[in-house]
Design a protein around this ligand. Structure first.
Ligand code: NAD
Length: 223
């Protein structure tokens, strides 16, 4: 560990999509800082891998909740159960998403609803569910994982990109409402991050090369 953030110790954090990719890394690093971490995911196998990795490193062990965030009723009641049993939430990280490629022509009404459900809808309902407990706690921090995809006009997934644009709108729309309760809300817009899924599916040499060229750097931090 490079830095110790003492104010994260024992903070109660919820993360959606924490079994793999960026979410798994967030889970690991919060555990390293001694936070009390709960992560929601549908991938039991990846969740197990994340927990085992954390156990090996002797960090605080996170709790996995097997939950599809598209099932808003179940997702909300799982969050409320944690609050009831353990106390208010300090940190919410909305992260679960899926960037499956699709063209405009391929989008059916059902697929559109599914993409919005998976890439935007649950963010709002998770915020709505933790708000009361954060107010009771006299503050909190909410972080929404967005994307640069819609800013740079990426063509390979219009429904995903639209949802990601919505996340930034959602963040700004709620900032004043939550801010008066000392709840910070921010969104992060990652560029191309070489997670296992990205490396396996999309980060082929041609795409990598184009990313490096567009970044303006000769070398890249993508490994
Ligand atoms: N990796 C990138 O290059 C990149 C770029 C821009 C933005 N982002 C954003 O960062 C965040 C994390 O991306 P990532 O690349 O780590 O993704 P990933 O696909 O590697 O991981 C996503 C996690 O979400 C889980 N998940 C998917 N559907 C779910 C559901 N219905 N219910 C519960 N969990 C579910 C998956 O099982 C997985 O563990 C996302 O919001 C994504 O849009 C990533």
């Amino acid at each position: 560990m490079k830095t110790k953030y003492f104010d994260l110790k024992n903070k109660r954090a919820l993360i959606s999509g924490g079994a793999a990719g960026i979410g798994s890394s967030i889970v690991e690093h919060l555990c390293e800082q001694g936070a009390e971490v709960y992560f929601f995911d549908i991938d039991k196998q990846e969740a197990k891998k994340t927990i085992n990795k954390i156990k090996k490193k002797k960090f605080k062990i996170p709790i996995f909740v097997n939950c599809d965030v598209k099932n808003i009723k179940k997702y909300k009641s799982s969050i409320l159960k944690i609050i009831k049993k353990n106390g208010p939430i300090d940190i919410l990280i909305n992260n679960a998403s899926n960037d499956q490629r699709h063209s405009l022509e391929e989008i059916t009404e059902r697929y559109w609803d599914d993409r919005i459900s998976l890439n935007l809808k649950h963010y709002l309902f998770a915020i709505q569910t933790v708000k009361k407990s954060m107010i009771k706690n006299k503050g909190g921090s909410i972080i929404n994982l967005g994307s640069v995809s819609w800013v740079r006009g990426a063509v390979m997934f219009p429904a995903y990109s639209t949802a990601k644009a919505g996340i930034h709108g959602l963040t700004r729309s709620l900032a004043r409402d939550l801010g008066k309760h000392n709840i910070r809300i921010n969104s992060i817009a990652p560029g191309s991050i070489a997670t296992d899924r990205q490396s396996k599916l999309w980060l082929k040499p041609k795409f990598k090369k184009r990313n490096i060229e567009k970044s303006g750097f000769k070398k890249t931090i993508i490994t």
